[in-house]
Design a protein around this ligand. Structure first.
Ligand code: GLU
Length: 307
């Protein structure tokens, strides 16, 4: 494993396609050279290559976790009544993302779905809700996490599209009147700081039925892990989810900070960080690493060869 990820790191570190996201000004400051790959097994063993302790913000890689939290707190039926489970084939920030008849967002892996899920975070006030949310992310990572205030402010200032999505959700009664609080919780979860080792550990927690391999504490009940993984599989890579399922075949989620994580249930979690992203919002080096890694390790659930 260690040899393989070092090989992939060496092979793809000179890849120069893509650019760090710039629509959130603070993200444009990322160093395009940063590149890390980390595998974490369900036993907590880690294999690391590159800049594995360089921090970045979760961005949309936060979405599967916050969805897991809502499932744990409200149960499947109530969560599904708010947010559907269908892929859209649309970009991550698409405005046309509400189902025609129910007006639910199509799924929790796109912005509208994650904003609707954020409105469900429990607590008496913003501070309290934020702290509940952070406890859940920390249970996945296995230690305390911080929020980047600079990214949070930068995102908040430029979030006209997300704001309009939230108002549309309010119009259709999908979220309550605390629109600004919900948006703050959404921007804050996108601005949580992790390094590639943390994200890989969070992925391994999903691979390990929701139990953190190090702390042995449960982050979400195991019965909801399949819900999270199936949505990552069908919707986690936005409008290239089909291509990802076809060529890579493992549930994964990407974020515009250049992070991608994947989960091989019962075995390990994989995280790759490299800020330059393609036009679909995926880390260009990350996509190549996942393709080759999946092929080398025969990971696709559809391409298992019987030995
Ligand atoms: N915070 C980002 C936004 O809502 C997340 C997008 C992403 O990572 O795909 O615009």
């Amino acid at each position: 494993m260690q040899t393989l990820i070092e090989l992939l790191h060496n092979k793809y570190r000179s890849l120069s396609t893509g650019k760090p996201a710039s629509y959130i000004p603070e993200l444009a400051k990322a160093n395009a050279q940063d590149f890390a790959i980390v595998i974490t097994t369900v036993n907590g063993e880690q294999f690391c290559a590159g800049d594995f302790d360089k921090q970045f913000t979760l961005q949309s890689t936060s979405k599967p976790f916050i969805y897991g939290m809502a499932l744990a707190e409200y149960g499947r039926e109530e969560v599904i009544s708010k947010v559907g489970v269908e892929p859209t084939g649309e970009a991550f920030n698409s405005i046309v993302e509400l189902e025609k008849r129910t007006h639910r967002p199509y799924n929790p892996m796109i912005n509208s779905g994650a904003i609707a899920i954020s409105s469900l975070i429990k607590g008496n006030n913003l501070k309290n809700r934020e702290s509940n949310m952070m406890s859940m992310f920390e249970a996945f990572a296995g230690h305390q996490l911080e929020i980047s205030n600079d990214v949070f402010e930068s995102e908040k200032l430029t979030a006209h599209r997300n704001r309009s999505i939230a108002h549309l959700l309010r119009h259709f009664d999908v979220i309550d009147e605390k629109i600004d609080e919900t948006l703050d919780l959404y921007f804050k979860q996108c601005s949580i700081l992790v390094d590639t080792k943390d994200l890989s550990m969070m992925a391994a927690t999903l691979a390990n039925s929701g139990v953190n391999p190090n702390t042995k504490k449960s982050a979400i009940p195991s019965k909801y892990v399949g819900d999270v993984l199936s949505l990552m599989f069908t919707c986690g890579m936005y409008d290239s989810s089909g291509e990802w399922a076809y060529s890579i075949g493992v549930p994964a989620k990407s974020g515009v900070s250049g992070a991608i994580f994947g989960v091989v249930p019962g075995e390990f979690g994989i995280a790759v960080y490299s800020p330059p992203i393609d036009e679909k919002g995926h880390s260009t080096r990350g996509v190549e690493v996942f393709k080759e890694f999946s092929h080398e390790c025969n990971l696709s659930i559809f391409r298992k060869t019987i030995i």
